[in-house]
Design a protein around this ligand. Structure first.
Ligand SMILES: [Zn+2]
Length: 406
């Protein structure tokens, strides 16, 4: 008989092979591969004796009753959708290790005093509709008309996708009222290099960083590249370059602040024309909202100064603002105790990446465990977490589940 770890590893391989593309791993919201993945997860839950259901949006739930039927449930889980050309650990690891931990308890003959619900969310990455957290969002509240009307690349709306592509279009939704669950715990690969640097297999997440996204446009004058002396130029691109370097130095001076310019567009974009305009994106994240907002203001002031100095106009357009999501102090300190019991470390870290906990915090306290991944690589086929680290993380979950009160 395979060990728990062997089962977990082979399940990771199995899910990793279920793809909408023959050449790389991709599973998007309500796609054929997603249906296959969901069916597999349902089968694994059934083996554990869980009562399973699937929501119209594809999210899967397995319910394991506890000793005390009136105790509020603990929610465990992660997402089973992927990005395009994904690795097999992002999302899947949180679902598979949750099932492994429950199986470990069953093998030890331990019945928890409270029920455990394992959730496998249908969409976190937003690959198909560019709307992140669709699965966990549906769990906390019905999707609003504006969200349901969002279209994918083929023009299909979310509402149409659910009506047409869902394996359970008429099933009752899976939903929790605020306070109904005792908490939500998600295990996820770190997707960064801090654990590797610290030589630790796992750590506890303190909060999910807040995030501001905006677009900045600098406008100058398109002149001839040969006839306009340097002193007379109003070059939007060199202005953008100065702004981008200012953003980098602001972020470098205030860790854990991170600022990224991931996209830039210039007009007219010819080798013999001085750029008239440059539009670029800013992604700014910090775990403390007040610091994030202050950094945003400092950045705006610095861009305004650079634009004025160079005779450029600045258009500053906020796109998105998400507050930081703190993890629950009580649940988190329980998890740190479990981490210390298994690894002798009490390392904690804010998460720079978004996770389903952002949505789940609307209905219950949340906690998160990060597992080391090689070279911090994620959203890539070479994503890798070692079997030793996966085993350690399952042990931490088992310890945590047994440490919670009835
Ligand atoms: Zn993920």
């Amino acid at each position: 008989m395979p060990t728990l770890l062997e089962t977990a590893l082979s399940r990771l391989d199995e899910l990793g092979q279920i793809s909408d593309s023959p050449s790389h791993l991709v599973r998007t919201f309500l796609s054929p591969a997603s249906h296959q993945a969901a069916a597999k997860i349902v089968a694994w839950m059934t083996v554990l004796g869980m009562e399973t259901s699937q929501a119209p949006d594809g999210t899967v739930r397995g319910v394991l009753p506890g000793e005390n039927p009136s105790a509020s449930p603990l929610l465990l889980g992660s997402h089973y959708d992927t990005v395009i050309d994904a690795g097999k650990y992002d999302g899947a690891l949180g679902i598979i290790t949750a099932l492994a931990a429950l199986e470990a308890l069953q093998q030890k003959g331990v019945r928890l005093p409270y029920p455990v619900h394992v959730l496998a969310f249908s969409d976190e990455e937003g690959t198909r509709f560019q709307t992140t957290y669709l699965g966990s969002h549906s769990l906390t509240a019905p999707l609003d008309a504006q969200t349901l009307a969002v279209t994918d690349a083929s023009g299909t709306t979310i509402a149409q996708a659910i009506a047409r592509d869902s394996p359970a279009p008429h099933a009752p939704p899976i939903r929790y009222a605020p306070g109904e669950a005792r908490g939500y715990l998600e295990l996820h690969i770190e997707q960064g290099r801090v654990l590797e640097e610290a030589r630790q297999p796992a750590c506890v997440v303190t909060s999910i960083a807040g995030q501001s996204r905006l677009t900045a446009t600098l406008t100058g004058r398109a002149d001839h590249a040969g006839t306009t002396p340097m002193a007379l130029r109003r070059d939007a691109l060199t202005g953008a370059a100065a702004c981008i370097l200012a953003a980098e130095s602001l972020a470098r001076s205030g860790p854990p602040l991170v600022i990224t310019v991931g996209k830039i567009q210039i007009h007219p974009g010819a080798s013999n024309s001085i750029p008239q305009s440059a539009t670029f994106t800013i992604d700014l994240r910090h775990p403390i909202d007040a610091t994030r907002l202050a950094s945003l203001e400092a950045l705006h002031a610095s861009f305004t100064h650079i634009a004025a100095e160079r005779g450029l106009e600045l258009l500053w357009q906020p796109v998105q603002d998400h507050n930081a999501t703190p993890c629950d102090p009580a649940l988190t300190s329980n998890l740190v105790v479990s981490l210390a019991a298994i690894t002798e470390s009490t390392l904690t870290l804010p998460s720079g990446a978004g996770h389903d906990g952002v949505m789940m915090t609307k209905i219950c306290p949340i906690a998160m465990l990060f597992v080391r991944c090689r070279d911090g690589l994620s959203h890539h086929p070479d994503e890798f977490a070692s079997s030793a680290d996966i085993e350690t993380s399952i042990d931490i979950l088992v310890h945590f589940l047994q440490s919670l009160p009835a």
